[in-house]
Design a protein around this ligand. Structure first.
Ligand code: HEC
Ligand code: HEC
Length: 316
């Protein structure tokens, strides 16, 4: 059920997106007020820089209005999103004193379920957006509607993602729990199914090399509360270095060659800020570099871009 594992390829995304807003379940029946309007967003406009790294034409949403976006995002339950907030990261109760023991599987699971409970009860402050790299562009040509909420205490950073494409009927729930009792911290991933969290590693690792990812909306106006997104992104950028936990039955995929390009490896080196990147991370690398998000400070020089392309297509 995970985003990138689904096969359906849908070229007519735009017409589907526009059409779906009419037949959406609950359309016109919700009596609650519109989500709080946001001021003009501060997120960077997303534009392909034409590096030639993308495998398909960029997935832009030129025909979708902000009103349609709000309508679709609101099907998750309007009382759950666009809520006023003071703290971007919601505090969780502190655990009893512990001496550096790692979180137990039960604790990880409880944190995930508590995040879900709070979201469902309308007690979290999620950012709602149409994600840019949440879909593997050559696998499903569909934008993802996302709601992302973050929680924390002194031993855990907990993230919740509630997600669906415009054509999915139901919302799916995913969670990341970062265990801060360990150095480096340890990231646990799961899909939250009806019967509880289903731990997962293999598929999540392809995009989440260093735990949670910054929120990059597909279009400047396809986000509800850009100020909140900026605060969450700061929290994510400042997270401690972490190690990916592969649960039983969901092992590391073959990584391929490591990325040694200096323009990337000075930060993605597994020591300072972020974990090393490998060929298995090709999708987020292609998209983040093409859209000018990586490296964060400057575009790649032509010779660096050629080196990156050669590496991406070289044998593992
Ligand atoms: C195809 C790439 C991709 C894959 C595979 C993927 N994710 Fe994500 N995920 C993203 C992106 C991109 C975001 C940020 C969304 C945005 O920009 O709004 C995200 C966000 C999240 C968040 C919210 C916190 C954060 O990182 O911002 C959670 C929780 C999450 N993903 C869980 C999972 C889990 C669990 C799996 C595996 C079952 C998984 N993801 C697999 C791309 C991916
Ligand atoms: C100055 C430090 C820095 C440099 C240089 C840099 N990155 Fe990043 N990168 C980050 C940070 C911080 C994040 C997480 C926050 C974000 O996504 O904005 C990140 C996130 C990523 C991610 C998402 C997976 C992850 O590790 O969280 C990818 C993929 C990525 N960068 C690729 C690249 C590539 C490719 C280059 C070189 C072309 C590069 N980066 C250069 C700091 C850097």
């Amino acid at each position: 059920m995970h985003p990138h594992t689904r096969r359906g390829i849908l070229p007519a995304v735009l017409s589907v997106l526009v059409g779906i807003t009419v037949g959406m379940p609950g359309h016109g029946q919700e009596k609650t007020k519109e989500p709080v309007a946001t001021p003009p967003t501060t997120s960077r406009p997303v534009r392909s820089t034409g590096t030639g790294l993308l495998l398909e034409p960029p997935l832009m949403l030129t025909n979708v209005t902000r009103a349609q976006f709000l309508e679709m995002a609101g099907t998750v339950g309007r009382h759950r999103i666009g809520r006023p907030w003071i703290q971007p990261i919601m505090p969780l109760p502190e655990p009893k004193a512990r001496k550096g023991q790692a979180l137990t599987p039960t604790e990880v699971r409880d944190y995930m379920m508590e995040a879900r409970r709070r979201f469902d009860a309308g007690e979290s402050v999620p950012v709602s957006d149409v994600g840019l790299i949440s879909t593997q562009e050559d696998v499903i040509r569909q934008p993802m509607l996302n709601h992302i909420a973050a929680f924390s205490n002194s031993v855990a950073r907990v993230y919740l993602l509630v997600q669906r494409t415009a054509t999915d009927r139901a919302w799916s729930y995913y969670s990341i729990v970062q265990d801060l009792t360990q150095r480096p911290a340890v990231d646990h991933f799961a899909e939250l199914t009806r019967s509880g969290p289903k731990p997962e590693g293999t598929s999540c690792y392809k995009c989440h090399a260093s735990g949670p990812l910054a929120i990059h909306p597909n279009r400047e106006d396809l986000i509800l509360d850009a100020g909140l997104a900026a605060a969450l992104n700061e929290h994510i950028a400042n997270q401690p270095l972490s190690r990916f936990h592969f649960p039983k039955g969901s092992p590391s995929p073959p990584p391929g060659k490591p990325l040694t390009l200096k323009a990337c490896a000075r930060c993605h080196d597994g020591e300072g800020e972020r974990n090393r990147l490998f060929q298995v991370h090709a999708h987020p690398i292609r998209v983040l570099v093409d859209f000018g998000h990586m490296p964060p400070d400057r575009p790649l020089k032509p010779e660096e871009l050629s080196e990156l392309k050669a590496w991406l297509t070289s044998d593992p």
